[in-house]
Ligand binder design. Sequence first.
Ligand SMILES: [Zn+2]
Length: 247
Amino acid sequence: MSQGNSTIIVPENPTGDAIKVPVLKVFDGDGFLTRIKASELTGSPSDQSELHVAVRFAFIDAPELEQAGGREAQDFLSALIADRWVELEIRMKMDTGRIVDRHERIVGVPYLTEEYTDAEFKTSSNHSHSAAMFGGPLSVTRNIELEMVVNGWAWVLERYGPGERYMEALGDAQRHKRGIWAAQETNMPPWEFKQQKHRQKRLTEKTGTKCPVNGCAGNLLKRNGRFGAFFGCSTFPACKYTCQVAV
Ligand SMILES: [Zn+2]
């Protein structure tokens, strides 16, 4: 679904302090597991213990794994940062006043610094007299969030006030139909998807009662309809059985 191997790289340096952390496991398109010194979290240097903690990206939202593009987004992020070290710029969460959100996850923007050697730099250029630097490796720091967005694998969380570059990257990805934007009509923002899932769970309740229709393998679910609660078959719309009282 991505355009071959032409990943768009977005050079950008962290605007504030960043700490170096390992990427132990990529959960999905916008989160990973890391290991961090407790002192980094508490600010007391005497605490030498280390803890495993989930990192949630600050300004982007990738499709849920069950959504279209969810697996691809996870694969894309894995290809960028899995088993590597990233610099994490931690964002304070306003709602909790701490650096972890209400799910005890760190919220931050990950950056990846790549060292390109003189030789690598030359092979990536078409010019025989390439503009290689004089001595030393070329170091490029990349904003991984912006790369997820511009390559078409994440939405932007506007409510958290991302910089202008995020909206530009999103617009660019949409215009060029990259990643999830290739099938725009089936796209649902992940936050809406999560809301819908939550609503459906709340609206239906298992009863443990079998559907009485002959040959139907369904169970009755309690549903909250426009005219109040009723019981309906779990196989709806295949079976349209409903009743007011489950017996
Ligand atoms: Zn039924």
